[in-house]
Design a protein. Structure first.
Length: 328
């Protein structure tokens, strides 16, 4: 007959092993989640800089049009600023995509198209100075600039799509890692408690030994809860890390009132984070509500997520500067 002491010792030993496995598994999953979060930050940064690069090209076009219409050099300020901005954004994107051969190839093509477009803008400006607006207009009507801009948008769009697909993949990896960690901890904890309960039942015939076994059970349970709290603290640290990402994030309730926002979305909206809380999306960013409002309601009605919706408009943080965002 198996002695109760041995049953207790075996149950405790197996439980401790399971607790150790819980700790190792949780640590691995947290590392995977953190790695995925860093990748999401990088890919989101690439998307932002691609959009900024295209925006500079549009600014250059604006400066050119202003000069051609008025003939005054003062209208070329956006054009000159955009040329410097284009070089800066291309340099940043070259560094951010250094490990992605396909994106580097797309960036090569994009740089070539932008160089050609800026040269075409420069040629029309020079032609207008030398031969007048009519000559520049005839050159513009050949549509070479339009074709170049269409190609720029297409190439930039493919870069953004590639990064957005990677963001989705990282988000899936992070979700899967979190779910696997939760299932593993839950199963191992349940099994550990089951073994300890079995050890307790085996000691029911011996009152003194049963009391000691119950004490061991409480200690093991406390250790399990401590392990769970430690995991919760680790996940909280990860959440803090995500708040530092340059991607705007916000949570609303069923009435579309903000319950939590990060600093990035607060900066985009031009409203302090704490002043979002309790206010509706329509109250904070009324200029975007006609576009995003119907999507919000559809999500509430169907439960289906919306990913990669393009939104354009004027951010309160930069009045008069039209911006473009990908909203999920």
């Amino acid at each position: 007959m198996v002695r109760p002491e041995r049953v207790t010792a075996l149950g405790l030993a197996v439980s401790l092993v399971l607790l150790a496995l819980i700790g190792v598994q949780s640590f691995r999953q947290i590392k995977r989640v953190a790695s995925a979060a860093r990748d999401v930050e990088l890919e989101s940064s690439v998307i932002a800089h691609v959009e900024r690069l295209v925006s500079y090209v549009k600014d250059a076009e604006t400066g050119q049009r202003g000069f051609l219409i008025t003939g005054e050099d003062g209208y070329l300020a956006p054009y000159r600023k955009a040329r410097a901005g284009v070089f800066e954004q291309e340099t940043i994107l070259r560094e951010l995509t250094a490990g992605d051969a396909e994106q580097q190839q797309r960036l090569d093509g994009l740089e070539h198209l932008i160089t050609a477009r800026l040269a075409e803008l420069r040629n029309t400006i020079d032609l207008s100075r030398q031969s007048g607006f009519g000559a520049a207009r005839r050159m513009i009507r050949k549509d070479r600039g339009k074709h170049l801009m269409d190609a720029i948008r297409d190439t930039a769009g493919r870069m953004v799509e590639a990064e957005a697909a990677l963001v989705d993949e990282r988000q899936h990896t992070r979700t899967a890692a979190s779910e696997l960690s939760a299932r593993s901890v839950g199963f191992a904890s349940a099994l550990a408690f089951a073994l300890l309960a079995a050890a307790t039942i085996a000691l029911q015939r011996n009152a003194g030994k049963r009391e000691r076994a119950l004490a061991d059970l409480r200690a093991a349970r406390a250790e399990t809860e401590a392990s769970a709290r430690e995991q919760a603290r680790s996940l909280a640290l990860l959440e803090t890390f995500m708040k530092g990402a340059p991607v705007g994030m916000a949570f609303t309730d069923a009435e579309f009132r903000f319950v939590h926002v990060n600093d990035a979305i607060a900066a985009i909206n031009g409203v302090p984070a704490k002043e979002h809380i309790g206010r509706t999306v329509e109250e904070v960013v009324p200029q975007f509500w006609p576009v995003v409002g119907p999507r919000y309601r559809r999500i509430m009605e169907t439960g289906e997520a919306i990913v990669g919706m393009e939104v354009s408009g004027f951010a309160a943080s930069v009045p008069g500067d039209r911006r473009h965002w990908l909203v999920s």
